[in-house]
Write a protein that binds this ligand. Structure first.
Ligand SMILES: Nc1ncnc2c1ncn2[C@@H]1O[C@H](COP(=O)(O)OP(=O)(O)OP(=O)(O)O)[C@@H](O)[C@H]1O
Ligand SMILES: C=C(C)CCOP(=O)(O)O
Length: 250
């Protein structure tokens, strides 16, 4: 069983403190992965939190607004590499054979903003017994310089590439919430929840929960959005939080 798991940047960092890892949250997530029966058949993606979003906001870069400022590119990509090293190190210390994969070196958007991301390195690393760890990043963008590539977009690209059986997005919230604050069980269409969907409650240049739901609806496999407490349950095969199932007959 192959799993694609995104650890939200808002989970593993102190999202309001620039470049600060939330050590307690990261080690809880790492233990859940290391202790799960999924073993090495997992691709991990992590988001930006207070590493990427902080710098991206400073330089005015988002998934659609690019930059040609080399200092901005180095600041944003460099911060994401530092967070990636922290995640890979923590996984390695827990005995998970984690290796870094940096999307900036591989991905590209064309002039229409359409993303191409080679994935043969990820599938090969996986079949060779490694756990690839990718991250939200920048990508070269024709006509725009470099734009943000969110971890949610990576999940959408990677899930079909590795033929994922389970896709999980672990965020700070227990699922997608309706206007009354209750976790929505299943989402099949953006319009059904649009009015309840906001951005993020922290600095976030990739659209917060609305961006996440829109991206995950593009997947043919169902994706689950859940909170950190539910990560062990997700890895044990349960279905906590919200199931987002765009192309799937419900
Ligand atoms: N209807 C909603 N249901 C749940 N969360 C929502 C909703 N509307 C807005 N949000 C916000 O979405 C945020 C989760 O998205 P965010 O992009 O910040 O998370 P993340 O993926 O964990 O972090 P990162 O983008 O750094 O990887 C929460 O801060 C939450 O307040
Ligand atoms: C801000 C950057 C560079 C990465 C964004 O990734 P996300 O937190 O998954 O949206």
């Amino acid at each position: 069983m192959t799993v694609v798991l995104k650890l939200g940047g808002s989970v593993i960092t102190e999202k309001d403190e620039p470049e600060t890892v939330d050590r307690t949250a990261l080690s809880a997530a790492v233990s859940a992965i290391a202790d799960s029966a999924v073993g090495e058949d997992i691709v991990v993606v992590h988001g930006g939190g207070s590493f990427g979003h902080h710098h991206a906001a400073e330089y005015g870069v988002s998934t659609t607004e690019g930059t040609h400022d080399v200092d901005g590119v180095q600041a944003i990509h460099g911060a994401m590499c530092r967070l990636n090293a922290a995640v890979v190190d923590a996984l390695s210390e827990a005995g998970v054979p984690a290796v870094p994969v940096h999307p900036f070196s591989a991905g590209v958007r064309d002039a229409d903003g359409d993303l191409s991301l080679p994935t043969a390195q990820v599938t090969t690393l996986l079949s060779e017994g490694f756990v690839p760890v990718l991250h939200g990043d920048l990508v070269a963008h024709a006509g725009a310089g470099a734009t943000v590539l969110s971890g949610d977009e990576l999940v959408v690209e990677l899930a079909p590439a590795v033929d994922a059986d389970r896709v999980g997005v672990c965020s700070t919230v227990p699922g997608v919430l309706d206007e009354a604050g209750t976790v929505v069980n299943r989402i099949a269409a953006f319009e059904a929840v649009e009015s309840a969907l906001g951005g993020s409650d922290a600095t976030d240049v990739s659209g917060g929960m609305a961006g996440k739901v829109r991206a995950l609806l593009a997947l043919s496999a169902p994706a689950l959005v859940f909170g950190p407490d539910a990560l062990p349950a997700f890895l044990a095969g349960e279905n906590p939080g919200t199931t987002i199932a765009g192309d799937v007959d419900l």
